[in-house]
Design a protein around this ligand. Structure first.
Ligand code: AMP
Length: 314
């Protein structure tokens, strides 16, 4: 089944200890699309300016991403983000965010998008996330991501709470969960988010993996043990793309299906961070995805304790 995604489509300028790029293709919606399209068809909703290079449009096309929901504003400027990572690459330092055409964006979904069953509200203004959700008729599973930029401001935080109340899964990293709930303990914080309505909270913990918390239990997925990490930008969106892509592909939204999707998220994110920008996702091959899934399974599977021998005579 198809996944519909709304999120930033950006020109990113970023620096890590391993290199620097300027005005390269990025954005939460882009990373998500390239990640999920390895598993299932993707419909993208978003907006770019007339400065958005045609070669990037071709990149989306080459992955079969449906672009009927992508608007181009003539004379407008594309969303831009600039960030830096130090040696602790789990923390992104935002240097600049320019909403540009996203500031005025009023999404209008093509008819073919409105029946979407799986919807992902990637990081962007919560008002835009809500407007997209309002136009999808009867979604089966909706995921949501956000970040400190929207949690810091009381107005956008209020809108974010309205979105959280309408989704099945909330993706946040540990800092964002603490910031949103005002609670330090992550399990207590996750319970607070579940109390607003979602079925599961997916806590992203960078190189330490991810944890799902639902009313059915807690599940921990390790990060894939990579020896080369060059650029963590988009890891969260790629994780979500792997997760939602697998859910849509399998159609299994049970707790068991969610646990497996979490492992897919970790696997797909590992391809994103190995190279700069979206390159790692574009090079990813189906056999390599399966290999990494099995490796991760073998890294984390273990036997239960031996059963105590039955007492003599009983
Ligand atoms: P991630 O590393 O998964 O959190 O996502 C990185 C991507 O998010 C970058 O490519 C940015 O263009 C995009 N981004 C950064 N800040 C924002 C924001 N405030 N709203 C939407 N997208 C953003």
């Amino acid at each position: 089944m198809t996944v519909l995604v709304i999120g930033s489509i950006a020109l990113d300028t970023l620096e890590t200890p391993f290199g620097k790029v300027e005005d390269e293709l990025g954005g939460a919606g882009s990373y998500f699309s390239f990640a999920a399209s390895a598993l299932t068809p993707v419909q993208l909703v978003g907006v770019v300016g007339s400065d958005f290079p045609e070669r990037h449009i071709e990149t989306f096309r080459s992955r079969g991403v449906d672009l009927r929901g992508l608007q181009r504003v003539e004379g407008g400027k594309t969303f831009r983000w600039s960030g830096r990572y130090e040696y602790d690459m789990n923390v992104a330092h935002t240097l600049d965010t320019q909403l540009n055409v996203f500031g005025e964006f009023e999404p209008n979904l093509p008819e073919s998008y409105r029946e979407a069953q799986f919807v992902y509200l990637a990081n962007i203004t919560p008002r835009v996330q809500l407007e997209v959700l309002d136009q999808v008729r009867n979604p089966r599973f909706v995921g949501l991501d956000s970040m400190n930029f929207w949690i810091n401001n009381p107005d956008t935080k209020r809108d974010l709470t309205k979105v959280i109340q309408r989704v099945n899964a909330v993706f946040m990293n540990d800092a964002e969960i603490r910031q949103y709930t005002g609670k330090y303990n992550l399990f207590e914080a996750a319970r607070g988010i579940l109390a607003l309505g979602p079925q599961v909270v997916l806590m992203k913990k960078g190189e330490h993996g991810a944890v799902a918390v639902s009313r059915e239990g807690v599940f921990v997925a390790a990060a894939y043990p990579l020896e080369t990490v060059k650029d963590p930008t988009g890891a969260g969106d790629s994780f979500a793309g792997g997760f939602m892509g697998h859910l849509a592909q399998s159609g299994d939204t049970s707790w068991a299906g969610i646990k497996r999707a979490l492992v897919f998220g970790s696997v797909i994110a590992s391809f994103a961070v190995e190279s700069f920008g979206v390159e790692g996702l574009l090079q990813m091959q189906p056999e390599a995805i399966e290999d990494r899934f099995e490796t991760l399974r073998n890294c984390t599977i273990f036997d239960s304790l031996p059963r105590p021998a039955a007492a003599a005579g009983t």
